[in-house]
Design a protein around this ligand. Structure first.
Ligand code: ADP
Ligand code: MG
Length: 475
């Protein structure tokens, strides 16, 4: 029996994201799917009362087109909405308004994975089943939902996971969606097939993937299951499967409807959209609305000299990035200061923010103060231990680093002549050690530096003291 790994997996992703617009997709109800109480944000339109008329949310259209612009996709000149018919209690109209023939966005790529399309539709109500009863909450009904579909061009679980993470980062950067998987603001479905050659096998769709790890594990599980099934003479059937987080297995949910079952037809209650008729949807206006994109920021931070893993932490954390950017704006491209800033933010600031015992205020960490602190370190005016102390006090009670250094006696003396006396004294008090150094055992210098630090009560700059000791001992 061939090892399952001899099959080539193929994966295509379908990813939904709830858009952060003020109101819902086709009515003026508040877009707050996790509303304070069930059915708090509803109206006759999103409750599907007969005879009500939908109105297109321009902001939602614009956000999807911004995503398309970022992905280098083709933005539709002409687009329309369609009715996708199916029966379920969470969609009481009997159909969902979606897009079929004319999606807003087609083509483009993310992380070298080709995108098929991105379209706009409405979310359904949320149903919960408890104690033999089903409850329906319409806060989510009609929330703008973006659906992105990739081409079947992914061939391993890691690439699929990386794609989904990068999309989440893009949606957050664009401010289009909060895209939290746990809250269902971003939902990932993976289509998976295996084959022996370049042809495509029958695909299976896996739903309920509530984390990026689940996406990767479900793909690995399906590749194994399908391969073993084929090896034992079975056949993969086209179906929708769920992911069981507890057992880490996929399980059959239902056999898939073909698109013919949905009876798609153009929504007669909505106008067609011709993009050239709306100035705010022109390619130029959309392009100008984009912030720095994740891959652009990555390239810039790399050029600034940041380590790859540090850059990724910044990309995931807006407030740390804001501080970093603020300080970098003062540096004039000084790579030493940039490096120090990155290090101090990602180690010391992160620790201060994480430690719940220290009740400080991030606002105290002003970019100009932070920059001064980094400069003081670079110029040897304070030790790294002193810098940590100053940073912590800045965070807790505020203040300029120069003042705090002065107040706490943390300023290092770098004035050579002021320190030379201390160095001469240390050499005179430690003749045996000095002889060892002169005989070639240069590591003893550390001991002498320590003694000189003591002699200056910690105020001597160790680098300067070391230089002076070497100078005197080599005379
Ligand atoms: P359907 O009509 O069943 O919805 P689509 O062609 O629209 O199928 O594709 C839906 C998703 O499935 C897309 O993400 C696509 O990349 C993926 N897909 C299509 N064929 C395969 C396959 N053989 N193996 C894995 N994924 C596939
Ligand atoms: Mg499809």
């Amino acid at each position: 029996m061939a090892a399952p790994s001899s099959y080539r997996p193929t994966i295509g992703l379908e990813i939904h994201a709830e858009l952060k617009t003020r109101t819902k997709m086709f009515c003026a109800s508040k877009n707050e799917p996790e509303g304070s109480s069930p059915n708090a944000h509803t109206c006759p339109v999103c409750l599907a009362h007969p005879g009500t008329l939908p109105v297109i949310n321009r902001e939602a259209v614009k956000q999807v087109l911004r995503v398309g612009t970022a992905l280098n996709s083709t933005l539709a000149e002409y687009t329309e909405f369609d009715r996708k018919s199916y029966f379920y209690p969470d969609i009481p109209k009997g159909y969902q308004i979606s897009q079929y023939e004319y999606p807003l966005v087609s083509g483009g790529a993310l992380n070298d994975v080709a995108i098929t399309r991105v379209h706009l539709e409405e979310d359904t109500a949320r149903s919960t089943h408890e104690g033999g009863k089903s409850l329906i909450d319409f806060n989510r009904a009609g929330v703008p939902l973006m659906e992105l579909v990739t081409e079947p061009v992914i061939h391993d679980a890691e690439t699929a996971g990386r794609f989904a993470r990068e999309l989440q980062l893009l949606l957050r950067t664009l401010g289009v969606s909060d895209a939290n998987l746990e809250k269902g603001e971003m939902r990932i479905e993976a289509n998976i097939s295996v084959s022996k050659d370049e042809t495509f096998g029958t695909k299976v769709e896996v739903k309920n993937l509530n984390s990026f790890r689940s996406v990767e594990r479900a793909i690995a599980y399906e590749v194994e299951r399908q391969s073993t099934l084929i090896d034992s003479g079975g056949k993969v059937v086209q179906e929708t499967r769920g992911w069981n987080e507890g057992t880490q297995e996929t399980f059959h949910q239902r056999f898939k409807e073909g698109s013919a079952d949905y009876r798609y037809f153009p929504e007669p209650d909505l106008p067609k959209l011709v993009r050239s008729e709306l100035a705010e949807l022109s390619s130029e206006v959309l392009a100008a609305s984009l912030p720095e994109l994740p891959w652009e920021r990555r390239a810039r931070y790399t050029a600034l000299g940041l380590k790859e893993e540090d850059t990724e932490i910044f990309l995931q954390d807006e407030s740390l990035t804001a501080l970093f950017e603020g300080v970098v704006a003062h540096t004039n491209g000084d790579s030493e200061i940039v490096r120090l800033t990155g290090n101090y933010i990602l180690s010391d600031v992160v620790r201060l923010l994480r430690d719940s015992d220290t009740k400080g205020n991030v606002e105290h960490l002003r970019a100009d103060y932070f920059f001064s602190l980094m400069q003081m370190i670079k110029e040897g005016k304070i030790s790294s231990r002193g810098a940590k102390e100053i940073l912590s006090e800045m965070y807790l009670s505020g203040g300029a680093p120069e003042d705090l250094a002065e107040k706490n006696g943390l300023l290092q003396v770098s004035d050579t002549e002021a320190l030379r006396a201390a160095v001469l004294e240390v050499i005179a008090l430690n003749p045996a050690v000095a002889e060892e150094f002169k005989a070639g055992k240069e590591s003893v210098i550390q001991y002498l530096v320590g003694q000189a630090m003591k002699a200056t009560k910690g105020a001597g700059n160790p680098g300067v003291l070391k230089g002076l000791l070497e100078e005197e001992l080599r005379k």
